[in-house]
Design a protein around this ligand. Structure first.
Ligand SMILES: *[C@@H]1O[C@H](CO)[C@@H](O)[C@H](O)[C@H]1NC(C)=O
Ligand SMILES: *[C@@H]1O[C@H](CO)[C@@H](O)[C@H](O)[C@H]1NC(C)=O
Ligand SMILES: *[C@@H]1O[C@H](CO)[C@@H](O)[C@H](O)[C@H]1NC(C)=O
Ligand SMILES: *[C@@H]1O[C@H](CO)[C@@H](O)[C@H](O)[C@H]1NC(C)=O
Ligand SMILES: *[C@@H]1O[C@H](CO)[C@@H](O)[C@H](O)[C@H]1NC(C)=O
Ligand SMILES: *[C@@H]1O[C@H](CO)[C@@H](O)[C@H](O)[C@H]1NC(C)=O
Ligand SMILES: *[C@@H]1O[C@H](CO)[C@@H](O)[C@H](O)[C@H]1NC(C)=O
Ligand SMILES: *[C@@H]1O[C@H](CO)[C@@H](O)[C@H](O)[C@H]1NC(C)=O
Ligand SMILES: *[C@@H]1O[C@H](CO)[C@@H](O)[C@H](O)[C@H]1NC(C)=O
Ligand SMILES: *[C@@H]1O[C@H](CO)[C@@H](O)[C@H](O)[C@H]1NC(C)=O
Ligand SMILES: *[C@@H]1O[C@H](CO)[C@@H](O)[C@H](O)[C@H]1NC(C)=O
Ligand SMILES: *[C@@H]1O[C@H](CO)[C@@H](O)[C@H](O)[C@H]1NC(C)=O
Length: 822
């Protein structure tokens, strides 16, 4: 059990609890659900993980938690709902976890109130609640205490939430249901969510309410999301009144029914209230009389994107009990069974590491949201998912871990992605609220599909269609979506700069935004397309392999920075380079800049499919190694990450996705010990079992997953079947791969406690064979990742060049003719 403090997270003593009906370990006890809830400024969310804190099951559609408002807003981040400080604005069922940008979700909501004095349900400030003491969260469970005396306990199933409110014995008991509540974006209106209307109905003489609410916009500027609600209380209220009132949310111009100069008053109705054409706010107040009865009110709420009936059946079927303990236990069992027990280490080991491992697994299974049967857009038998937020984050290494430990969920995701292409025209790069967007660089679902394809994921995936999907990304310019932050191309889906990429071979800096990062990403995307073409449409293979070398056309061999020569640089459509471009400083590194969230210095290392050419262009192995050594030195960064960077001052920014793979590049020099040294250093410098224990937005768990791979001693090279060998953090790890096979990773000689450095690899053995390469492939050694087996590391304190075999492959290695280059 963990409590959130402002500066520390206190670990409460936990007994070893065997879980339900088995002798298995309850790994959920090691999870600290607050890791990432706080940023660099103690007590504030800004610069932290933007994580969700509350009750949820793995990939659950419902993530039930409190929404808060933390001042000052420039030090806050409302994206996950929970913030360390600030008032509670509501308790809602839909949330993201780990995302940046404009908040999404935070609805539908309830709020328990101990009195209605001075409460105007149309003026949210009048019913916001102050928290008292520390919040408590464990896997599947959340508790907070209000100054009003009300205690709130929460737990969730896949499509329903259970709220347990305990009121002071002498107080009144009310629950406000506000259908117009959502997570706002306090500092800007253009991508803030807004309320678009709803309807609420109370079933006469019962304790059930139903209806829907529609909330639009938010992060990806999506259309209204309509969510159907079916709520119930465990005892019939003595009074239940619906209300409606004018929509005076000041956000933008949307649906505002009159000037915000006056605070409106609600109109109370009988059993139902609806928004009508002006998008009026609707809700209800439920009240229970007297102080003689129970001081507890429980509510179970089902939601559905399809219908009220479906929402009600989720409530009834998934929450047959009103018991918070039982509901929490069921959630915990599911997490243990479907997530934590997939990677088993000894529960008696280093407790900090156990917390880091199982918390990381937890955070990488909160989104995307599994919504099988919950697709409101088209009807068919394919599974449905939402909240891919975003592929830009997920493709780096997270999908590769799901591939191993979540093969069923993962196959379902891939089928859904292809189905989205079939029904909407494009694969998503980002998607939330049933809507595609935003594309940060390339069409990175291509990489996801290719990674699954090259590792042999087939099942019910139709790869003819999968190939058609990625080929469309490679060939068809998406419709321009007029997003205000980029006047030069679509941010919704696809590759907005194909009009450069196909004729020029690179993305130009005069006709398109983010030329450097798009060029680098499109190159890997086309490599990915070629990997699927190899099996599905071999005649296309050469074309996409050739295009995958496009980054070389954007390589300026004369560009110089910090005594290193040769970088990917912005190049104009007339063929000249932007010579004065600042290689170590990308400015705002934003939508309209020449490179997105990374400098040319960083992106020059992000060519995983052709490291061989990258090394050559950097002047050969020795220059490459010097440059690599340099980017990890403190105080080298030309970009000030401020409090957003949690102290990162090196060019390599381990907190952001483009640089995830860079520390492992020493493997390509057969100096694996340096990869181990660097990556461990980064992990121990920036990841902690504390509220501010993650360096920035967790990005749907991408940062957490980076840490999991680090602890396993492996790193996948996405879009290829290659895994680099690094150095495990545990002596014995059993991983369930391919549904029911066991991959065991053992580390003999590991001796790294309290600053000791007995973690360098001395030798490796895979399935009994001495292994002289610092990498292996998915199907190597009799199918190590498909059939299971054992990887045995001998570790020690000597920094040893133990690998004598080939360096990891560069399957996208292409040598361009001089005439092709300039
Ligand atoms: C937020 O704004 C306040 C002034 O209103 C300022 O003192 C503080 O430094 C700002 N915080 C950040 C993180 O910029
Ligand atoms: C609700 O119950 C009361 C008291 O039993 C009854 O008078 C009233 O008619 C009922 N209302 C409806 C709509 O059934
Ligand atoms: C509270 O209401 C104000 C004014 O109507 C609005 O600007 C704000 O977004 C609301 N905040 C939340 C968290 O609902
Ligand atoms: C009304 O909303 C606008 C835009 O958000 C804001 O600038 C103004 O101060 C608000 N007026 C009042 C009286 O709250
Ligand atoms: C509950 O209180 C309300 C308001 O005081 C009153 O109208 C109603 O009759 C009471 N109901 C019961 C069942 O006591
Ligand atoms: C891994 O599995 C082996 C074989 O079943 C077992 O002997 C070992 O104890 C397991 N290790 C852990 C940490 O679970
Ligand atoms: C795969 O999709 C293609 C194109 O839609 C279709 O022709 C083919 O029948 C599908 N294959 C299977 C096995 O369903
Ligand atoms: C570049 O090399 C020169 C000459 O060796 C040296 O004086 C200078 O300090 C170096 N600059 C950097 C940034 O390392
Ligand atoms: C090439 O294009 C850039 C950007 O439009 C321009 O600044 C430069 O002068 C052009 N160079 C030549 C040689 O046309
Ligand atoms: C990026 O650009 C958007 C749109 O102009 C702006 O709202 C946002 O604050 C910018 N972010 C950064 C980090 O500069
Ligand atoms: C690039 O930006 C860095 C950091 O702002 C600055 O120190 C450096 O002088 C700039 N370099 C060039 C060539 O403008
Ligand atoms: C436990 O693990 C943490 C994190 O890796 C490390 O800092 C600490 O030294 C380890 N403690 C022992 C006693 O090994």
């Amino acid at each position: 059990m963990f409590r959130s403090g402002f500066s520390t997270t206190l670990r409460v003593v936990l007994a070893f609890i065997p879980f339900a009906h088995t002798q298995e370990v309850d790994y959920s006890q090691f999870v600290n659900p607050f890791i990432g809830s706080e940023g660099a400024i103690t007590g504030y969310a800004y610069g932290g993980g933007d994580i969700f804190v509350g009750g949820a099951v793995p990939f659950g559609m419902v993530k039930l938690g409190i929404d808060t408002y933390e001042d000052p807003v420039n030090q806050s981040a409302l994206n996950g709902g929970w913030t360390p400080q600030g008032k509670v604005t509501g308790i809602s069922l839909l949330h993201e976890s780990g995302t940046g940008g404009g908040p999404k979700y935070g609805y539908p909501a309830q709020m328990p109130l101990a009195n209605l004095e001075a409460v105007n349900v149309l003026d949210n400030l009048t019913y916001w609640q102050t928290r008292n003491g520390d919040d408590v969260a464990t896997v599947g469970y959340f508790r907070t205490h209000f100054k009003s005396g009300v205690t709130v306990e929460l737990s969730a199933t896949r499509h329903a939430g259970l709220m347990h409110y305990t009121y002071p014995s002498s107080s009144e008991k009310h629950v406000l249901v506000d259908f117009s509540h959502y997570l706002p974006h306090p500092t800007r209106s253009w991508d803030s969510q807004f309320y678009a209307g709803g309807e609420i109905e109370i079933q006469p003489n019962s304790s059930i309410y139903t209806g829907y609410t529609s909330i639009a916009n938010g992060w990806n500027l999506g259309p209204p999301v309509t969510i159907y609600v079916c709520g119930e209380f465990d005892s019939p209220p003595d009074e239940a009144r619906t209300f409606s009132g004018k929509n005076t949310f000041p956000v933008g111009r949307h649906f505002r029914s009159f000037d915000n100069g006056t605070t409106p008053e609600p109109t109370f109705h009988g059993y139902s209230a609806r928004s009508g054409p002006m998008g009026n706010r609707v809700g209800a107040i439920f009240s229970w009389n007297g102080t003689d009865g129970s001081s507890e009110i429980k509510s179970r709420v089902g939601i559905s994107f399809m219908s009220v009936d479906k929402a009600c059946s989720y409530k009834n079927e998934e929450l047959s009990s009103w018991d918070i303990e039982k509901t929490t236990q069921a959630a915990r069992d599911e997490w243990n069974r479907d997530v934590f027990s997939k990677i088993r280490v000894s529960p008696d080991g280093n407790q900090t590491r156990l917390a880091l491992l199982y918390s990381s697994l937890y955070f990488m299974h909160l989104i995307p949201s599994e919504r099988v049967g919950e697709n409101p857009l088209w009807e068919n038998e394919e599974p449905y998912w939402d909240d891919f937020y975003t592929m830009w984050d997920l493709f780096r290494n997270q999908v590769s871990l799901w591939h191993l430990i979540q093969p069923s969920y993962y196959e379902s995701m891939i089928r859904c992605l292809i189905d989205m292409f079939k029904n909407e025209g494009f694969l998503p790069d980002g998607r939330s609220g049933n809507y595609n967007g935003l594309v940060q660089g390339g069409s990175n679902a291509d990489n996801v599909l290719a990674d699954a394809y090259v590792k042999g994921l087939r099942g019910k995936i139709n790869w003819t269609e999968g190939y058609a999907a990625v080929k469309k990304d490679a060939e068809v310019l998406p419709f321009f979506d007029n997003n205000p932050v980029d006047s030069q191309g679509s941010l919704k889906e696809g590759r907005s700069a194909l009009d450069d990429w196909i004729p020029l071979g690179y993305v130009s800096a005069d006709r398109n935004t983010r030329a450097v990062s798009k060029t680098v990403e499109y190159s890997l995307n086309d490599f990915a397309v070629a990997q699927i073409a190899a099996g599905e449409e071999p005649g296309d293979y050469d074309l996409y392999m050739r295009r995958s070398a496009g980054w070389q056309l954007s390589w300026d061999p004369e560009a110089n920075s910090r005594n290193f020569t040769g970088f990917v640089m912005p190049r104009f459509s007339n063929g000249t380079f932007h010579k004065t471009y600042n290689i170590t400083n990308c400015g705002d590194c934003n939508w309209s800049d020449e490179s997105y969230e990374g400098t040319a210095f960083e992106y020059s290392f992000v060519i995983p499919h052709d490291v061989e050419t990258m090394i050559q262009l950097m002047g050969g192995p020795q220059h490459f190694e010097e440059r690599l050594d340099y980017v990890f030195q403190p105080n080298t960064s030309g970009v000030d990450l401020g409090v957003n960077g949690l102290g990162i001052t090196a060019i390599n920014n381990v907190a952001n996705e483009p640089d995830f793979g860079t520390p492992y590049l020493y493997n390509y020099l057969n100096k694996q010990y340096k990869s181990v040294e660097r990556s461990r250093q980064l992990a121990t410098d920036f990841y902690f079992n504390s509220s501010n224990g993650i360096p920035g937005n967790s990005d749907a768990g991408a940062l957490n997953c980076w840490l999991v791979w680090q602890m396993l001693g492996l790193y996948p090279i996405v879009t290829t079947p290659v895994y680099l060998l690094e150095s495990p953090w545990f002596e014995d790890i059993n991983i369930t791969v391919n549904h029911d096979r066991t991959l065991r990773i053992r580390a003999e000689g590991l001796d790294d406690g309290d600053g000791k450095q007995g973690y360098y690899v001395q030798s490796v053995n895979i399935n009994g064979q001495p292994w002289n390469k610092n990498w292996f492939e998915h199907e190597d050694a009799g199918g190590i990742m498909t059939e299971g087996g054992e990887i045995l590391f001998q570790l020690g304190s000597e920094q040893k060049v133990w690998e004598t075999g080939d360096v990891p492959p560069s399957p996208g290695h292409i040598v361009l003719d001089e005439s092709e280059k300039l």
